[in-house]
Design a binder for this molecule. Structure first.
Ligand code: COA
Length: 188
């Protein structure tokens, strides 16, 4: 598991799937805001890639996010679009509604930066989020991401086009939290 100060990022377990489906992906509005693809239901037992991890997929690494204190599942985190030539990737995350606003999102971004920069040797990480997603923008900026531009009317969300903000962080500008760097460890 990769450990931050409040949360851990571990492999997807079978038990996580019904919780993530019910509390995260079946919420049409949240899913439509967080995913650039159109919402559609996930059939129980299906191998939908939003929930079921394909370990052979090289360009995408999904994690389940758990509380360090007690191990409860609180959401998902993904390093996706991994480009080993340009050494870049994108970050995505989604927390269960009851776990938002507790500092977990900021911590998840920190752990994904450690994974991207240290474990994977990447040089650039990128986040795209809706321009009104204050919590995501703040979680990114608290970790050193800077706003690089606005993608005007780039997202069709529940009946309207919305702007997205593109944020980037380069490894040389990354200032990892000392506690996190020292405690991060990898186990299965
Ligand atoms: C976006 C998300 C990951 C952020 O994680 P979080 O745990 O809620 O955020 P944090 O508690 O770490 O808060 C980060 C900052 O945003 C602020 N914040 C949190 N919720 C906020 C809200 N609803 N409005 C404004 N600011 C908010 C916090 O005060 C904090 O600011 P601070 O560092 O100055 O104190 C989480 O809210 C979420 O999963 N939302 C739904 C899915 C989603 O939008 N995913 C991102 C798609 S790109």
């Amino acid at each position: 598991m990769l450990r931050g100060s409040k949360v851990g990022l571990r492999a997807r377990h079978e038990d996580d799937i019904p919780i993530l489906r019910a509390e995260l992906y079946d919420d049409v509005v949240n899913s439509s805001r967080a995913d650039s693809r159109p919402w559609r239901p996930i059939t129980p037992g299906s191998k939908d890639p939003r929930l079921v991890v394909d370990d052979s997929e090289q360009g995408r690494v999904p994690f389940s996010v758990v509380e360090l204190d007690g191990g409860a599942l609180v959401g998902t985190a993904t390093l996706w679009g991994i480009d080993n030539h340009n050494r870049s990737a994108h970050i995505g995350l989604g927390l269960l509604p009851s776990s938002r606003g507790k500092g977990y999102g900021t911590d998840v971004v920190a752990v994904l930066c450690h994974y991207g920069f240290v474990v994977r040797g990447l040089q650039r990480l990128q986040i795209e989020t809706l321009s009104d997603n204050a919590a995501m923008l703040r979680s990114a900026e608290r970790n050193g991401f800077v706003r690089e531009g606005v993608l005007r009317s780039s997202a069709w969300v529940m009946g309207e086009f919305l702007d997205e903000v593109l944020l980037g962080l380069l490894v040389q500008d990354w200032k990892p939290d000392v506690n996190q760097r020292d405690t991060t460890q990898v186990v299965s």
